[in-house]
Design a protein around this ligand. Structure first.
Ligand code: NAD
Length: 321
């Protein structure tokens, strides 16, 4: 029997890698639905001519009807970077609320497995380190980031309720900072920002004293975790991320060395609600999914820098201007 998946938000950074991985690992049909709010069809160039792949422009905040059987629904549609969700707070809340509802309803009608791409931001500015799934979080419900954090917390509650009431075999993954090719150069996240600045030979901006930490997972590892979640019937939430913590300053030095850039590192004020530390406890993912990240940070950075430089270098001067 052919295996069919629907990926919402499949034209985004993670979604496009996920569509590729699904088609390369036993899924016969992948339908990507995306309204291109923050993603682009270009991310799927390698797939558009491929048998079994379909791309549909669609807003998942509207009810979605798909002909034929569906085995797995993977719900990734949502702005994800702070720059995007601060620019689109209402769309973010719609994708998390109505969008999750519609994606769950599709899974219910098709008796499909459902996987929600939730986030470490469900933990807010955590007071427990590293964060296990049992930690309930520390979220400001009306702060600037709340459109994203609370949308995801609502998505999780809805996903759990569909499962509890026996309507959908659903699972939740909480994704921590992930990086890799196809991140947008101006998405405001730390890795693309530092790489853009290093390649453009302009000052590399590090917020605060740079001692705040991030734990960064390479995209191929992350996608492998999502596929494992799709293939089992675990409820979660399950943390997916790299537990190796690095300071932002350390990251800036690595990127400068790997690019051979002469750019200076410049300390600038930290934005409001910027978390001090984020680090996943992945004990559950190791035990239940047999999953752990395997790509070394420098290797992941090298691949990402290579992608940014081949795709963007001709335009770097314009991009950093
Ligand atoms: P992204 O912005 O690159 O991709 C999101 C995609 O969703 C885009 O293609 C966008 O056009 C689409 N989209 C948004 N609203 C939509 C709607 N209403 N209908 C249809 N499509 C819609 O972001 P990403 O980094 O690929 O993140 C994907 C998912 O993973 C998000 O749900 C995000 O919350 C989650 N996540 C990502 C990270 C990370 O580090 N990248 C971390 C935690 C969680």
């Amino acid at each position: 029997m052919p295996i069919r998946a629907v990926v919402t938000g499949g034209a985004g950074f993670l979604g496009s890698h996920l569509c590729e991985r699904l088609l390369g690992s036993g899924f016969d049909h992948v339908l990507c639905v995306d309204n291109f709010l923050t993603g682009t069809a270009r991310n799927l160039d390698s797939l558009t001519a491929r048998d079994g792949f379909r791309l549909a422009r669609y807003d998942i905040a509207e009810p979605l009807h798909v002909p034929g059987p569906v085995d797995v629904v993977l719900h990734l549609a949502s702005p994800a970077s702070p720059v995007d969700y601060l620019r689109h707070p209402l769309e973010t809340l719609r994708a998390g609320s109505l969008g999750t509802w519609n994606a769950l309803e599709l899974a219910r009608r098709k008796s499909a497995r459902f996987v929600l791409a939730s986030t470490s931001e469900s933990y807010g500015d955590p007071q427990v380190h590293p964060q296990p799934e049992t930690y309930w979080g520390h979220v400001n419900p009306v702060g600037p980031r709340s459109c994203y954090d609370e949308a995801k917390r609502f998505s999780e509650a809805l996903t759990a309720a569909y499962r509890r009431t026996g309507k959908v075999n659903s699972g939740i993954v909480r994704i921590f900072n992930t990086f890799g090719p196809r991140m947008r150069v101006r998405d405001g996240r730390v890795v693309p920002t530092l790489i853009r600045q290093a390649l453009g030979r302009v000052p590399m901006t590090v917020t605060g004293d740079g001692k705040q930490t991030r734990s960064l997972c390479y995209v191929d590892d992350l996608v492998e975790g999502i596929v494992r979640m799709a293939r089992c019937s675990l409820a979660g939430p399950v943390n997916l991320g790299n537990p190796e913590e690095r300071t932002v300053l350390d990251l800036a030095h690595r990127i400068r060395n790997l690019t051979g850039s002469p750019a200076e590192i410049l300390l600038v004020p930290r934005p409001q609600d910027d978390p001090e530390r984020r680090c996943p406890d992945i004990t559950l993912a190791r035990a239940q999914l047999g999953w752990r990240p395997t790509t070394l940070l420098d290797e992941g950075l090298r691949r990402t820098i290579h992608w940014f430089s081949t795709v963007l270098e001709p335009r770097v001067t314009e991009l950093v201007a």
